[in-house]
Design a binder for this molecule. Structure first.
Ligand code: HT7
Ligand code: ZN
Length: 849
């Protein structure tokens, strides 16, 4: 199929003011009657044909103003010739039949464990009825649901119900992608929230019977999110009811349908014995994210899917701010940057690189990416830093005031900032258009009491973008004295040219610069650093992010040396620096846990490539194990420290307790390096009374090849809890040593409880395996073959999830010739598969280009 292009955008020929839907639910033959109040769009060319999107719909009848119209549906919709369409308001009515059970792609209306549910973003509504399924067509919705389910829900407020039917009305005009319907045997966990203007909002979290005891944390997170959005952005909720439904089969994390958020159950349900601290944290941030979409996405939506970052980048930025406020800003920033580098920098450096606002796509589902989401959020963070927090808030107030109820573009967003601040943002807008991660090289000079920093920025070529312009890069920078005091306080250096210098005068000694503090710009900073400088910053940087960064960078540098020379012993200054951070009781335990975490294998791989090596994943694994062992040996009192961190009393997911558990987990990992029989991990696995500590211990047992007994016990205990069983699969797929990893994954995939059509389960085995660098990239290619087999199997069932998981091959050209050849064979095999979906064809095609 040919790509859709941003430059071809035209306004919709016809608008829809009101939608009336009637659903007669049936598991294999649901009838949908849609009555649409339509009119020609005064902003469009008059006299156009009336085109409806529609896929996999059995058309029963269609009328305009009550008169049957003869139409010929094709694979993507149907067209009513202009001659048959009134040039005044009219009513379109169509009845279709759809098959929720046969809908394994989980887009449109589908069944999940006996429950009807919908997923309409981006283009799922066209699988429910014929409709101009594009976000700039906004309408009010009235919905009648007929069926025998005890609970039948749709957007907005309930208006009436009787035996076997329920009616809903959503007064806020919305695009079709925000439509939702849920019906099934569900129970609700209820609460309420009073808005700052005094309106009471009923809150309901719907789950399957038996899960109602696992909703309290999500409910609490929801109420905190509602309050936070009022306080931080002045945004109040706008209906009398807010509902969340947890479903088991879901392609992504959650969906912000108006008043009826639908969630992957994984991001709602939590109890101390089934969820880890990380799960709790994810639940908090995803609940917040979806709730925040009510204003950034729903009240103000996107004109077209090229503008996706308008809602996603902003909403990610908002959920990051929220989590930072709820927990620790420093820790949150480090976590976010780790994720950004692992996923977005990797995307930007490979064949799938695209701008934050893409200019073309074949399948829009393939553009829900780290670039649109995470880099989109970074761009907003930079904007806030450039204009300052007060101007940012003024600009946001103006955005909500000016664009409420509209479908907008990035130009609208930028104009709001320009109008609110008087600043010209045309160069800044390049962040939306140019793909790739900027590299910023820093040089220092010190002469006659003047310290000069000279920056050169470059942006490497990316697919479709051979040449780039210089960007606006805000680098938060401070200068430190040799004793570690801030001799020049933090300020934002604004890079706008390819090469630019900044002078600092009046200094009595050569300072040490701390650049890109808080990771103020998503760039790769190239700075000549020796170990003394790294050690100094690790000990003294007054910015917690850069302090952590110094340690991480130091560890990466040491690992690169160890890869080059397997006899190289890790530098004592690194080990001592990390030990000092551990021993510094004034530091937050969670920060210390992060500082003691070694770089990932992928990070070491990238660092070694920058050093000119073609690294071998197996060697990276060995180097990491050696460094971990050396660090463990350097800390004399591991067991005593670990015991001292035990959190007394019943489990609580709060940040302080979670931080202690995180540090305790790190110490356990180090201790395990010194215990050939993993005795402490075994002991803690047996005594753990919460899932966080259970998984910490189990992970170590699996990683050291000693997990058999613990895994058997875990499985026996949790066989009936799907979300916990996912952890059982994931821990083995991601941590089993390479010698046995592909074979074990193949064996696990053959189990009866490997329900591979469930996206969570598929990702927990096949997706997690691709993250096991040494196992997946084993030199004999067994990992690649197995992975490709499963992609080919899943593709006809669920193209969206297949294409997303297939992205794991995006780094293939970075490997040695042998591995490249093996991966190429598998990519070609996938690409040659008959009937391969549009989703997977696009991803594999771009990876191969
Ligand atoms: N806006 C949503 C993105 C989305 C999605 C969610 C679930 C299943 C399929 C989906 N396709 C797109 C989620 C979000 O960003 O909040
Ligand atoms: Zn979102």
């Amino acid at each position: 199929p040919s790509p859709i292009r941003l430059r071809d955008y035209t306004p919709p020929a016809y608008l829809v003011d009101a939608v009336h839907l009637t659903f007669r639910l049936n598991q294999t033959a649901t009838r949908v009657v849609a009555r649409l109040s339509m009119r020609p769009n005064p902003a469009a060319e008059p006299g156009q044909d009336l085109r409806f999107d529609g896929e996999k719909l059995g058309l029963i009848r269609a009328t305009i103003d009550g008169q049957p119209v003869q139409v010929n549906p094709d694979d993507t919709g149907l067209t009513v010739p202009a001659a048959l369409v009134p040039d005044a308001p009219f009513t379109w009515e169509a009845e279709v039949e759809i098959d929720p059970t046969g809908n394994t792609a989980l887009e449109g209306l589908y069944m999940s464990k006996g429950m009807y549910c919908t997923q309409c973003e981006a283009e799922g509504f066209r699988k429910i009825t014929y409709f101009p399924d594009r976000p700039d067509v906004m309408a009010t919705y009235t919905v009648r649901i007929e069926g025998d389910a005890p609970v039948m829900l749709s957007n907005g407020n309930p208006t009436a119900r009787g035996d076997g039917w329920a009616e809903w009305h959503d007064p806020w005009p919305k695009p079709s992608y925000l439509f939702a319907l849920v019906a099934g045997n569900l129970v609700s966990h209820d609460d309420s929230f009073t808005t700052r203007s005094g309106r009471k909002v009923d809150l309901k979290i719907y789950v399957r019977p038996g899960d109602e005891g696992k909703c309290a944390y999500a409910m609490d997170a929801l109420k905190r999110s509602m309050r936070w959005d009022e306080e931080a952005y002045g945004r109040e909720y706008d209906l009398d009811l807010f509902m969340i439904v947890a479903v088991d089969d879901f392609n992504m994390g959650a969906m912000e349908n108006k008043g009826l958020n639908i969630f992957n159950a994984k991001y709602v349900l939590a109890s101390p014995d089934t969820a880890t601290d990380q799960d709790y944290e994810r639940i908090e941030s995803i609940i917040a994210h979806e709730y925040f979409h009510n204003w950034t996405g729903n009240r103000i939506t996107c004109r077209d899917w090229f503008q996706l970052c308008l809602k996603e980048g902003l909403t990610v930025y908002r959920d990051q701010q929220f989590s930072g406020d709820q927990r620790s800003h420093a820790v949150k920033r480090i976590d976010d940057v780790l994720m950004l580098r692992a996923r977005q920098f990797r995307e930007d450096a490979g064949p799938l690189a695209h701008p934050v606002r893409p200019v073309e796509y074949v399948e829009i589902n393939n553009f829900y990416t780290a670039t649109v989401y995470e880099k989109g959020a970074e761009v907003i963070g930079m904007l806030r830093r450039l204009v300052g927090p007060e101007a940012y808030r003024r600009a946001l107030d103006l955005y909500f005031e000016r664009h409420d109820g509209q479908a907008c573009t990035i130009e609208d967003w930028i104009a709001v900032f320009e109008d609110a601040t008087g600043r010209n943002l045309s160069q800044f807008s390049l962040w939306y258009a140019q793909s790739g991660t900027p590299r910023v090289r820093v040089q220092e000079t010190w002469k006659d009491g003047v310290f000069t920093l000279t920056f050169s920025q470059t942006l490497p070529p990316t697919p479709g973008q051979p040449d780039k312009e210089p960007m606006v890069i805000p680098l938060a920078t401070a200068l430190l004295s040799p004793e570690g005091a801030e001799v020049v306080a933090e300020q934002v250096l604004e890079l706008t040219q390819a090469r630019q210098s900044f002078r600092f005068e009046g200094l009595s000694a050569r300072p040490v610069p701390s650049i890109n503090r808080g990771f103020s710009a998503p760039v790769i900073l190239e700075q000549d650093m020796d170990d003394a400088r790294r050690g100094f910053l690790l000990a003294h940087d007054t910015d917690p992010f850069n302090r952590w960064e110094a340690g991480r960078e130091f560890a990466r540098a040491v690992l690169v040396r160890m890869l080059k020379d397997p006899a190289h012993a890790p530098e004592e200054t690194l080990l001592e620096g990390l030990h000092a951070v551990l021993a510094d009781e004034t530091l937050d335990p969670e920060f210390r846990a992060l500082a003691l975490r070694l770089p990932t294998a992928e990070e070491v791989f990238d660092a070694a490539r920058r050093d000119g090596q073609t690294p071998d994943p197996a060697m990276i694994r060995q180097a990491l194990l050696r460094l971990e062992t050396a660090l463990a040996r350097r800390i004399p009192d591991l067991r005593a420290r670990l015991d001292a961190l035990a959190v007394p009393g019943p489990y609580s997911p709060d940040a302080a307790s979670a931080g202690k558990r995180a540090l305790r987990g790190r110490l356990l990992a180090l201790l395990t390096r010194l215990e050939p029989d993993a005795a402490t991990a075994r002991e803690l696995f047996a005594s753990a009374d919460n899932m966080t500590e259970t998984m910490q211990a189990l992970s170590l047992l699996v990683a050291t090849g000693q997990g058999a007994q613990a895994l058997a016990r875990f499985h026996e205990r949790w066989a009936s809890e799907g979300l916990v069983l996912d952890k059982w699969y994931a821990v083995q797929a991601s941590l089993t040593p390479p010698e046995n990893a592909p074979e074990l994954v193949a064996e696990l995939a053959g189990r009866a409880d490997f329900e591979w059509k469930n996206p969570n389960r598929f990702r927990s085995l096949i997706g997690a395996f691709a993250a096991n660098m040494a196992g997946f990239h084993r030199a004999d290619g067994a990992g690649y073959r197995l992975f490709a087999d499963w992609l080919i199997r899943l593709d006809p069932v669920n193209p969206q999830t297949t294409a997303r998981v297939a992205g794991a091959f995006e780094t293939w050209r970075q490997f040695d010739a042998g591995r490249q050849a093996l991966i190429l064979t598998q990519l070609q095999r996938i690409s040659d598969t008959k009937g391969l979906s549009k989703d997977t064809t696009e991803i594999v095609g771009r990876i191969l280009e």
